[in-house]
Write a protein that binds this ligand. Structure first.
Ligand code: PG9
Length: 632
């Protein structure tokens, strides 16, 4: 189980450290339960009752605040489920922990809808996750013995979303929110779509997991050893219903009914409803979050527009989805030099909660606490993205697959590189065979995968600088400006910004071991490693508008601005900067047929056609990455 309290209470649908049957974790030494457990069916204003467990510390010496977690993934079954470093970190201060199943999940009454929109404000009897949080808090302060009248909401991902929703109708006892990777807008970023491009493997597997049974987190049985084969054999998206879902999955039906940004999807985005941080909120993000990276930045930026009272804060660490609950020293083979998850728990979140819920004096929480990767150090900023000391610099794609801060001098259409993108042979997003996402291990670290596995594929263009002669730090928002054409009438443009490690010295041989001694785990061989530090897809049909897609005129060079989101990373001296461009990323992103059809959910097999893609690098069409370079 993960180490932070919401995660411990079964929050994110994919625990960071799965127990593997072939490698079982050693059984923990039994210890006296630290909490007593009470179950309750907590009544909401419409009469629906929500299944809730309340854990009270056995050794409480004074009234304590309640930490409240709401999720659709199930609640802990007994107090031993709370035995983890995250809860341990909170024990000295003392909290009552309450965990609740959302409407329609497990023992909770009502109907489950994945991240439903807030109720119509004109309906005084309407209910939603904000009213459910409110009504539960009202019940806790009146009914939970030994509470001090203060409540904090905290959670990861879905649990972070429910915590953020509580801002829409905050109960006066709600004093603080910690949202760790809440989704903010499922069309633009987060789990289900990125810039309108559909996140096929995750969308499919998550819907099957959540909408097959009320009582379970269902594991979809692919019947194939490689998701690449499963989804390629599936063919057009319409076959999802024809073969598997049969129109019975409400969220899949919504995907199909809403291919473009519309009022329905806008209402689903929590950022359309948030106005002001009336309650202190800590927004927590991981640089390599494979699910909800967009969310915490979107929520932070939205609340920041009216945050004169400085209640809205940002924390970003070198984590995957849920990684703040792990030790956080490593992600895949990448070593950050210290236990960043422990730092987050001990130095950031525990003092923050103690301040708002226990009145403990603490140092002022900085506006933004950011782990700069590359140099591997925590830094603080008085705004994010930072402005002071930042210069936007263009790194141009150049002839000979080079990248340079000098703009191209060549003119004409010949100053370009081409590749053929074939939807029948898409570029995989991780090395095959691809495991199921939520029960396998690849998904958790795919964003730090060594990109050499696709470098030199004929349908992936790699451009690179030489070894840097000094450190180069980027801090803030990165945009790729591609000038590109296609022989098709629609195309995906995927851009990856990569830190290429130097070749360096060969790895030292392992130290000789004394008899019977376990050899130390060797450091990963990072020579030549291609670490993705930013990456994104833009579906070409949405280049001018997410609401009104349009075909691409074949052969016409157009400018595409691809938002690579935000970053704090130092490319170290001796490393190289690389940019890879490709048009498929499968099956994390569904295949663009490359022949324009009104809705890709209705595309036919014959619409999926190969296309020649051309990336210009001329004076008139200077493709580049715009980097926010921070002066040392
Ligand atoms: N990423 C998951 C999720 C949250 C909200 C909506 C859909 C999926 C999660 O980890 O909870």
């Amino acid at each position: 189980a993960s180490a932070n309290p919401p995660s411990s209470a079964k929050p994110a649908e994919n625990p960071p450290t799965p127990a593997r049957a072939d490698n079982p974790a050693p059984a923990p030494a039994p210890r006296r339960p630290a909490f007593t457990m009470t179950k309750a069916m907590v009544p909401m204003r419409d009469g629906v009752k929500l299944e809730t467990v309340i854990f009270s510390p056995v050794d409480a010496k004074k009234p304590l605040p309640v930490l409240f977690i709401r999720s659709p993934y199930g609640i802990p079954e007994d107090a031993s489920d709370l035995e983890n470093p995250g809860v341990d970190a909170l024990r000295a201060d003392g909290y009552i922990i309450a965990a609740q199943n959302c409407r329609g999940r497990f023992g909770s009454e009502g109907t489950f809808v994945i991240t439903p929109p807030p109720h119509d404000p004109a309906d005084p009897r309407g209910v939603d996750d904000a009213t459910d949080a409110h009504d539960s808090i009202e019940w806790f302060v009146k009914n939970v013995p030994g509470n001090n009248g203060r409540v904090g909401m905290m959670g990861t991902s879905y649990g972070a979303w429910t915590a953020t929703m509580a801002l829409l109708e905050p109960h006066p006892a709600l004093r603080v929110i910690v949202e760790e990777a809440s989704p903010a807008d499922e069309f633009t970023g987060d789990d289900f779509r990125h810039n309108g491009a559909f996140r096929l493997a995750y969308g499919f597997e998550y819907v099957a997991r959540m909408e097959t049974s009320k009582e379970a987190n269902t594991v979809f049985s692919y019947g194939r050893s490689d998701l690449y084969d499963f989804f390629l054999d599936l063919g057009p998206l319409a076959n999802v219903d024809a073969r598997h879902f049969h129109g019975k999955m409400p969220t899949w039906n919504d995907f199909v009914a809403h291919p473009n940004l519309d009022a329905f999807l806008e209402r689903r985005a929590i950022v359309s409803h948030l106005r002001k941080a009336t309650i202190p909120i800590l927004n927590v993000a991981g640089w390599w979050d494979q699910e909800d990276f967009y969310g915490p930045f979107g929520i932070y930026a939205t609340l920041e527009k009216s945050d004169a009272a400085r209640k809205n804060h940002l924390v970003v660490g070198p984590w995957n989805h849920g990684g703040w609950g792990s030790p956080g020293r490593k992600l895949g083979p990448v070593d950050f030099g210290s236990d960043t998850g422990v730092h987050y728990r001990d130095k950031i979140v525990v003092p923050w909660l103690a301040h708002w819920l226990h009145d403990k004096p603490t140092e002022d929480q900085p506006e933004a606490t950011i782990f700069e990767t590359g140099t591997n150090r925590w830094r603080t900023f008085d705004r994010w993205p930072p402005e002071a000391g930042v210069t936007k610099k263009k790194l141009y794609l150049r002839a000979g697959r080079a990248l340079s801060f000098e703009p191209p001098t060549e003119t004409g259409r010949g100053a370009a590189d081409s590749y053929v993108s074939d939807p029948q042979n898409p570029v995989p997003f991780v090395p095959r065979p691809i495991q199921p996402l939520l029960t396998g291990s690849q998904w958790r670290t795919w964003m730090v995968e060594d990109q050499r596995f696709v470098d030199h594929r004929p349908d992936v263009l790699s451009f690179s600088t030489g070894p840097l002669d000094a450190d180069l730090t980027v801090a803030g928002d990165i945009v790729a400006e591609l000038f590109a054409s296609t022989s098709g009438t629609d195309s995906d443009w995927i851009v990856k910004l990569i830190d290429v490690y130097p070749e360096g010295d060969p790895m030292p041989p392992p130290e000789p071991q004394a008899d019977g001694e376990k050899p130390a785990e060797p450091d990963a061989d990072m020579r030549g490693y291609q670490l993705m530090v930013a990456s994104r897809v833009l579906r070409g049909r949405f280049r001018d508008s997410f609401a009104k897609p349009a075909p691409i005129p074949p052969g016409k060079v157009l400018r595409y601005a691809i938002d690579l989101q935000t970053r704090a990373h130092t490319f170290r001296k001796g490393h190289r900067i690389m940019v890879q461009v490709q048009s498929t990323w499968f099956p994390v992103i569904d295949r663009n047929p490359q022949r324009y059809v009104d809705s890709i959910f209705a595309a036919k097999e014959s619409d999926y056609v190969a296309a020649t893609q051309t990336i210009a690098r001329s004076r008139e069409a200077p493709s580049a990455i715009v980097l926010p370079v921070l002066s040392p």
